[in-house]
Write a protein that binds this ligand. Sequence first.
Ligand code: SAH
Length: 307
Amino acid sequence: MSALPKSLREELENRFYTPPCEIVQTLVSADGTKKFLFRLQDGNVVEGVLMKYKYGNTQCVSTQVGCRMGCAFCASGLNGLVRNLTAGEILGQIAAVNAAEGGTADARAVTNVVLMGSGEPLDNYDNTVRFLKNLSEKGGLNISLRNVSLSTCGLADKIRRFADEGLPVNLTVSLHAPDDEERQKIMPVAKRFSVKEILAACDDYFSKTGRRYIFEYVLIAGETDGKASADALVSLLKGKPCHVNLIRLNEVKERKLLAATDKQAYAFLGRLEHGGLSATLRRRMGADIEGACGQLRQKYIENGEEF
Ligand code: SAH
């Protein structure tokens, strides 16, 4: 508003707060899960999800507009990376949802946070770390970092650096295949870091933080859901201080991949458990509201919707 006198602009800036993220759309699933579309001050949009569990409400936040990792099954990277989010924009997503859900500083409506929305958090390293420190501030949202999970596609060098930050965050790594060859077919980042390097970085994380790590494994029909993959995963991870979280693929219309059937998913889970791994099959939530990463933003871009 450069037409206004500078003194008035300064006065306005001192007196009023402009939120970094504004909720422009809310979709509510039959299971209670909510999906939010946030508009940033520069007009870009990112999305987030709030999942309601017995023990509290978990918000999934984005760390980048778009993503440059290019995973074959994911909607976030369809148009590449637009830009990193600032620490304030990452925190702003939580502040906005907390307020929209009627939460206060004392009784928060958001109790847990997962960095599993659009973007690769460790590719936006400094802002992500700054966000985490701000999130746990006593005078702020005061959310314990023990209730926070950071998910990465496996940037091994950054995992090691993150281990030295001394933040008690749960580390989650998107493995999605038991070996380099299979992984490279669906995740371009697998050409930069081998499974071996990733496991070594996770062990480093465990020895420095004492925290067990989690592997995410997406079940794609005919690609990652076979018996041989399950057995290879058992040999790879047996004895490690880790848990495996299986996720049925959330089908993305621009991608040709299909979800594993429930039968196949339970058979895969059974093989992992039989092999001695700690594993669970993630409950499907919000499938009716474009639950998967980047789907809602993609729709917004395609439709050229105005809010
Ligand atoms: N960049 C980070 C975090 C974002 S995605 C990472 O790669 O971990 C959070 C999780 O959702 C990742 O495990 C990701 O691989 C998975 N994911 C992305 N698209 C998906 C889809 N269509 N169906 C199921 N899981 C998906």
